[in-house]
Design a protein around this ligand. Structure first.
Ligand code: CP
Length: 312
């Protein structure tokens, strides 16, 4: 695999290879051996045209833990604000010897353009493109589900996951719907009809508009951020009504089976799609998702830049 652009790039076996490699790298890191050597002399560029806390910092931590050199490029404060194109930015990064470019962009398809343009010779990782995809988020979510529900082994056959909320604007939902099904899980999408995308019936998932009726048989609930910055119309009457019908509060969490976990990719709108007490509850794995993101991104960079399974 040279690039990771979409969850559709991953087969069951290649996804499991990434998850297994992440487990090995997490174990090596936990042993406190300090930096691991495999990417010494390689350069990873974080090319971020959109804001990020978790993804950018975890890619940076992942690359550094593997001894790569890291260049952090944020469109804000760069020559992009003077009108420099993606092509000229890419050519500049190529001239600096980038071995891999991790790109987040507000336009769906920008990582594909970068990977298929010939502007750069290194690998491209999609760190979130518009409302399209966020494949490493889906991988870290699969890793988290596997740790809690499958003792960190194999695939996710038989696991039931409800993905709840603003599916329409969510690249996290799209990548998870693809990857979790590739790994054998069943996915239920829950949200108001206005926030479910046109053609959602082709995603292979169950669809529900009723959160209260969608919780009693799930192994995990993944709450989605309401992405008001991407909304150009009124998708629901008010924040209060949205959280009444689609917010995860303690009464709703009590409907979930005892073993079921609560997930959220972050950043959260506390009090909107999830209440603070549920976000901070024992069944919440939201902070752990962030830690797991570092291990999974280490595995992706390691495998993309030439590592092979079992040699981590
Ligand atoms: N989950 C996620 O992509 O978070 P950031 O926007 O903070 O990177």
């Amino acid at each position: 695999m040279k690039h990771l652009l979409s969850a559709t790039d991953l087969t069951r076996d290649s996804a499991i290879t990434i998850l297994d490699t992440a487990s090995q790298l997490a174990a090596a890191t936990a042993q406190g051996v300090g930096k691991l050597p495999p990417l010494r002399g390689r350069t990873v560029v974080n090319l971020f045209y959109e804001d990020s806390t978790r993804t950018r910092t975890s890619f940076e931590a992942a690359a550094k833990r593997l001894s790569a050199d890291v260049i952090n490029f944020s469109a804000k404060g760069s020559s992009v604000s003077k009108g420099e194109s993606l092509k000229d930015t890419a050519l500049t990064l190529e001239a600096m010897g980038a071995d891999a470019v991790v790109i987040r962009h507000h336009s769906s398809g920008a990582p594909h353009r970068l990977a298929n343009s010939g502007w750069i010779s290194g690998g491209v990782v999609n760190a979130g493109d518009g409302t399209h995809e966020h494949p490493t988020q889906a991988l870290l979510d699969a890793y988290t589900l596997r740790r809690h529900l499958r003792d960190n082994n194999g695939d996710l056959s038989g696991v039931k996951v409800a993905i709840v909320g603003d599916v329409l604007h969510s690249r996290v939902a799209r990548s998870n719907a693809i990857l979790l099904q590739t790994l054998g899980a069943s996915v239920r999408l829950v949200g108001p009809p206005t926030l479910l995308p046109f053609g959602v019936e082709t995603w292979g998932c169950e669809v529900s508009y009723d959160l209260d009726g969608a919780l009693d048989d799930v192994d995990a609930v993944m709450m989605l951020r309401v992405q008001r910055e991407r909304m150009n119309a009124a998708y629901f009457p008010s924040a209060h009504e949205y959280s009444n019908r689609y917010g995860l509060n303690s009464a709703r969490a009590a409907r979930m089976p005892e073993h079921a976990i609560v997930m959220h990719p972050g950043p959260m709108n506390r009090g909107m799609e999830i209440t603070a007490d549920v976000a901070d509850s024992k069944r919440s794995v939201i902070v752990e998702q962030v830690s797991n993101g570092v291990s999974v991104r280490m595995a992706v960079l390691y495998l993309l830049l030439g590592g092979t399974e079992g040699t981590a």
